[in-house]
Structures are given as structure tokens and as C-alpha cells.
Design a protein around this ligand. Structure first.
Ligand SMILES: *Cc1c(COP(=O)(O)O)cnc(C)c1O
Length: 221
């Protein structure tokens, strides 16, 4: 039997509350981003109807196709860009997204700085870190965090935290712990980490933003 999206949202919210309690953290400090990539507006609307307002998309084009209409209908939606971003999409990204989780290189940083200035819209960003040092994965090298943060500060880009996608198929907790340590070292508060399979563990390690798709919508086709 498949559950309705509403039931799945309640389950995830309950799990977040439980994990936060276990870690003696305030549930309000944990933002659930419903990852709605590949999902139709019809699948998204039940969550909006239930009052959920934070969503994540990984492609600019898909976000542009789905969200302007939904944002008009439902106020206060916060849309998070969680996918790799091309520099030539920086202007469009700033127009549609409220938070960017995938700032990971100097060329993109420069493009975002230019477009933020032009639009006079300085949206919060996470620096994505290639935490498992994987060959063709997005994210900056750990050694580049300092210089990127400095460049972002000089360009008035508000970087609020670090984001990671740990290597697939192995225990993610050590990678979450490493990202949390790096955030502490650089005095950043935000930690975007944890997906459907490991958001509870990410919360006990300090996640402030968990990005959950499958556990809210069912498997993607
Ligand atoms: C798709 C995606 C998620 C959500 O993954 P689920 O396993 O479906 O929860 C989270 N973060 C990023 C960056 C993604 O691309």
C-alpha cells in the first residue's frame, strides 16, 4: 500500500523531532527541504496544502517551469537550489531561488557576485564541499574552502554554511562529522547534509538543513 504524501510528511517531521530530541537540539533549528525534483505540481501541492514551504530543486530550467505558478498561489515558499549550477545560469538561478546550496568554485562565485549585484538581490548560499574527495563530484576541495569564503565575503555573497553529498554506498556519518568540524573551524552555522536514507543521523551530527525527496514523495522513476 502506498501512503499519501501527507502521511509521509508527518512521518518525516516526527522523525526529525525525535532525532533532534535525542541530540538535545531545538527542532526549530532544523529546516526540512522537500526535494521536489522530477515531481509534478500535482505531487507538490499536497505538501503545500499541509503548510510545508521549503522545497529543493536541482535544475534551474525545471524550477522555472514549475515554481512561478506555485509561488503565486502559495506565499512564503522558500526554494533551494541543490544541484550543480552552471555559471551562465546564475542570473536565472538568483531570480527563481531563495537559497543556493551548490556554490563550489571561483568561476561560479564570480558569476553569482555579478548577477547578485545587478539584481541587488544577495541570496544566502552554502559552500558545497566535495567531502569524500571524489573524482567527478560537485563541491570544492577541503583545501579551497578558505579562499572561496574570502572571495565570497569580498563580493558580498552571504555564505551561511557548508553543504555536502557524501559518497554513495558507505556510512555517511563520518563525512557529516567532518563537514560539521569544518563549519566550526570556519565559524559557519549552517550545515546542509542528510537525505532520505540518513537525515536522522545528519541531525544528530548537527545538520541545520536536511534535503529529503524519496521519503516524502516515494521513489523517483
Ligand atoms: C535528489 C537529491 C536529494 C534527495 O535525495 P533522496 O534520497 O530522494 O532523499 C538530496 N540532495 C541532493 C543534492 C539531491 O540531488
Amino acid at each position: 500500500m502506498t501512503e499519501s504524501p501527507n502521511k509521509m510528511l508527518i512521518n518525516v517531521q516526527n522523525n526529525i523531532t525525535t532525532a533532534a530530541k535525542r541530540a538535545q537540539r531545538d527542532t526549530d533549528d532544523i529546516n526540512l527541504i522537500a526535494v521536489s525534483k522530477t515531481r509534478s505540481s500535482d505531487e507538490i501541492i499536497p505538501l503545500l496544502e499541509q503548510g510545508h514551504r521549503e522545497f529543493g530543486e536541482n535544475r534551474v530550467q525545471e524550477a522555472i517551469e514549475k515554481w512561478p505558478a506555485l509561488k503565486t498561489q502559495y506565499q512564503d515558499v522558500k526554494l533551494h537550489c541543490i544541484g550543480q549550477l552552471q555559471s551562465n545560469k546564475a542570473a536565472e538561478a538568483i531570480a527563481i531561488f531563495d537559497v543556493i546550496h551548490s556554490l563550489d568554485r571561483m568561476s561560479l562565485l564570480k558569476a553569482l557576485a555579478k548577477e547578485m549585484k545587478k539584481a541587488d538581490k544577495y541570496i544566502p548560499c552554502f559552500l558545497q564541499v566535495n567531502i569524500g574527495d571524489e573524482e567527478q563530484k560537485g563541491g570544492c576541495a577541503i583545501d579551497d574552502i578558505g579562499s572561496l569564503l574570502e572571495a565570497a565575503a569580498n563580493a558580498n555573497i552571504p555564505v551561511i554554511g557548508l553543504m555536502c553529498i557524501p559518497p554513495a554506498g558507505i556510512e555517511s556519518a563520518p563525512f557529516f562529522a567532518l563537514l560539521a568540524k569544518l563549519a566550526r573551524d570556519y565559524k559557519l552555522v549552517g550545515l546542509s547534509m542528510g537525505m532520505s536514507s540518513d537525515y536522522e543521523s545528519a541531525i544528530t551530527i548537527g545538520a541545520t538543513h536536511v534535503r529529503v525527496g524519496t521519503a516524502l514523495f516515494g521513489p523517483r522513476s
